[in-house]
Design a protein around this ligand. Structure first.
Ligand SMILES: [Cu+2]
Length: 128
């Protein structure tokens, strides 16, 4: 009976630790998010660079209804990008001309299984 109880307590403590660890990571990610000057990415072209394991900016901004060229480059490692809801599928290096009429936030993700922190590679395309 005692042994069972100890086991249960350890299991609960362990789960709590896991939850705490996850929460902590998320918080850290939010804290490390840096504001980038909008001027750098507003206009007719945006440059997205990927390294191990992040994009060079958290957000990229373009204007709705205006054509722009998206240029993607893997500066370290081999990465790619896809953008949710858009026909973008670039791997390693490449560019694509786009025009997005619908303002909103589009999720940018790495579309190459590139390594341990692949799942953390996200950025946002803000269409204003
Ligand atoms: Cu990846």
């Amino acid at each position: 009976m005692n042994k069972k109880w100890t086991l249960l307590v350890s299991a609960v403590a362990f789960s709590a630790m896991l939850v705490t660890a996850c929460g902590g990571e998320k918080e850290q990610a939010a804290n490390t998010a840096t504001e980038t000057p909008a001027a750098a990415t507003t206009g007719t072209s945006i440059n997205i660079e990927a390294s191990n394991w992040k994009f060079n900016q958290d957000t990229y901004e373009v204007k709705a209804g205006e054509e722009f060229t998206l240029t993607f480059k893997s500066t370290e490692g081999y990465h790619g990008i896809g953008i949710e809801g858009l026909d973008v599928d670039i791997q390693k290096d490449g560019s694509k001309t786009l025009k997005i009429d619908q303002p909103g936030e589009y999720k940018i993700f790495c579309n190459v299984i590139c390594g341990p922190d692949h799942a953390k590679m996200f950025a946002t395309l803000v269409v204003k």
